[in-house]
Design a protein around this ligand. Structure first.
Ligand code: FAD
Length: 423
């Protein structure tokens, strides 16, 4: 069977996309399996491109499991923020429904900023693994199973195995299946706040180093503290797919004051001033995000037909309400590696395609649970009774104690945290 393992090590593996999923896979291939012919082709011109967006928590059964398996835990510990696990839920009038502090004794989901995570993964790869400024445009499959991949800059690369890790709007996906994205019914407006302690002290206090939800009227704010001290704010609302397009504003470029007034009048007309104050202190630009996902009903069950497969958002774009996307991308890397390098005594000759299909089955099973969990969380956040339903979600198995003990006592929160029953 050593021949199988050797054969895998010799494969020319081309990963398209240096996001968390693609970089995680490259790390395991090189560090755990000793593969020397691994290339990650990325459209960004270099690593200095600013990675914005939310802070992330890595989960112990997926993202954190990968970090430990990839021997990156010691470096991760130096830059993660376990205190980012606190959760507060309030309504549109600022009434606090739940405060769930972080307990240092049991950190299950430490937070890390996206840019820090990307740098950690990039630095973990062998020199010259990443080909920057390589924007995938097309590929051609040859009769012997090899694949010729072409990039916008005119270069081509020949590979035995191509892995699409190029995100939600994947250009590799059409070569693998006919799956298309569907609008989730939710549009987000993202912005940041500098010096939050000074400019919005109430919300800063509610964020409590972690995550704050302000929910009412089937919409709400999700606010997080980032490693650089800024708050990142998502205003999440049920709206038509074209709401942002038809607003008449170019959210990214101009009309900053007018956009603030538009949001106040159209979304937050009777919300407490602690929330309109968030908008008043937003720093440019507003980033609109129309959320799309791959429908999970009926269950997706595609199988690759050749030596091309998908990991991360290109395989399974899910809505971000349960914080599972990056975590599942890292779990994909682990599953794919296991399937590629598994010792199979029944396999007479190395069968790459069969191994890819095995990975895809494992991934689909896992992602169905993650996708449903994410959809449930999305529905809760946009429900008329959102605050109470979200409290139930976070209290997990202890939610029945709600009627006996006021939620906001730290006692119940401590119990759920200590025993790991909360989400
Ligand atoms: C608002 C929001 C909040 C989120 N919060 C969380 C969270 O808290 N926790 C969590 O786990 N997940 C979260 N997610 C989901 C998470 O961002 C994604 O699941 C994750 O980024 C997917 O990783 P990926 O590597 O598959 O793809 P991506 O992160 O999209 O990376 C794809 C890479 O491929 C490159 N690329 C794209 N096209 C090409 C091409 N043609 N050629 C070459 N390179 C290309 C891109 O430049 C990029 O570097 C959130 C998502 C959103 C929208």
């Amino acid at each position: 069977m050593s021949t199988t393992i050797e054969k895998n090590k010799d494969l020319n593996i081309l990963i398209i996309g240096a996001g968390p999923a693609g970089l995680s896979l490259a790390r395991l291939l090189q560090q755990e399996k000793g593969c020397k012919n691994v290339i990650v082709a990325e459209r960004d011109v270099d690593r200095s491109i600013r990675i914005g967006g939310s802070s992330l928590d890595l989960h112990d059964d997926s993202g954190l499991k990968f970090i430990k398996r990839a021997n990156l835990f010691e470096d991760f510990k130096k830059i993660c923020r376990p205190e980012g696990e606190s959760i507060t839920i309030a309504d549109k009038n600022g009434n606090v429904i739940l405060r769930k502090p972080h307990l240092k004794i049991n950190s299950k989901k430490p937070e890390i900023d996206r840019g820090d995570l990307r740098n950690l993964l990039i630095d973990s790869l062998l020199p010259d693994t990443i080909l920057w400024d390589h924007h995938f445009t097309s590929l051609e499959e040859l009769s012997d199973g090899t694949i010729i991949v072409t990039f916008k800059n005119g270069t081509t690369i020949k590979a035995d195995l191509v892995i699409g890790a190029d995100g939600a709007n994947s250009k590799i996906r059409p070569y693998v299946n006919e799956v298309t994205l569907k609008y989730s019914g939710i549009s987000l407006i993202e912005f940041e706040i500098e010096n939050p302690k000074q400019v919005c002290p109430k919300v800063y206090d509610l964020v409590d180093n972690g995550l704050f939800y302000a929910l009412s009227d089937e919409k709400g704010f999700i606010v997080q503290l980032k490693g650089d001290g800024n708050l990142i704010v998502y205003l999440s609302c049920k709206r038509d797919e074209n709401w942002i397009k038809e607003s008449g504003f170019d959210f990214k470029k101009k009309d900053f004051k007018e956009i603030k007034e538009f949001i106040k009048n159209n979304v937050l007309s009777d919300w407490s001033e602690i929330y309109t104050n968030l908008l008043n202190n937003a720093v440019e630009p507003f980033i609109p995000r129309t959320l799309y996902s791959i429908p999970f009903d009926p269950m997706i069950e595609w199988k690759s037909k050749s030596n091309i497969t998908l990991i991360g958002d290109s395989a399974h774009t899910i809505v971000p309400y349960a914080g599972r996307g990056i975590n599942e991308g890292m779990a994909d890397s682990c599953d794919l590696i296991d399937c590629l390098f598994e010792v199979d005594n029944d396999e007479k000759e190395f069968n790459l395609h069969k191994r890819l299909n095995k990975y895809e089955s494992l991934m689909h099973k896992r992602i169905l649970e993650a996708g449903n969990d994410s959809n449930d969380a999305k529905e809760i956040v946009h429900n008329k009774n959102a605050c109470n339903l979200l409290v139930d979600r976070f209290l997990g198995s202890y939610k029945y104690l709600k009627s006996l003990i006021p939620f906001y006592t730290y006692f119940i929160n401590s119990i759920t945290d200590s025993f790991g029953y909360s989400k």
